[in-house]
Write a new protein. Sequence first.
Length: 93
Amino acid sequence: MAGHATRSLPTPKHEQGDTVLCYEPDPTKARVLYEAKVLEVDITKDEKGKKVPEYFIHFNGWNKSWDRWVVEESVLKNSEANQALKAKLHENA
């Protein structure tokens, strides 16, 4: 029966050690992307009680005091298209 419980968990899009792009987690600051690394992955519950992946992110070049837990929607694959989005967001910030 343990397998049944496992099936109900969401599958994270990113894994520990992945290099990713992450949106600025502070909503009062400009919406930009930073290069980052996934340090930890956890399954938590959102405000509606739904199980969701969260990521403990280290922003490259930043002190570890800025490391943050972020929701999956804030983390993007480090791809050419997302690097272009990052550049565009920084231009408009």
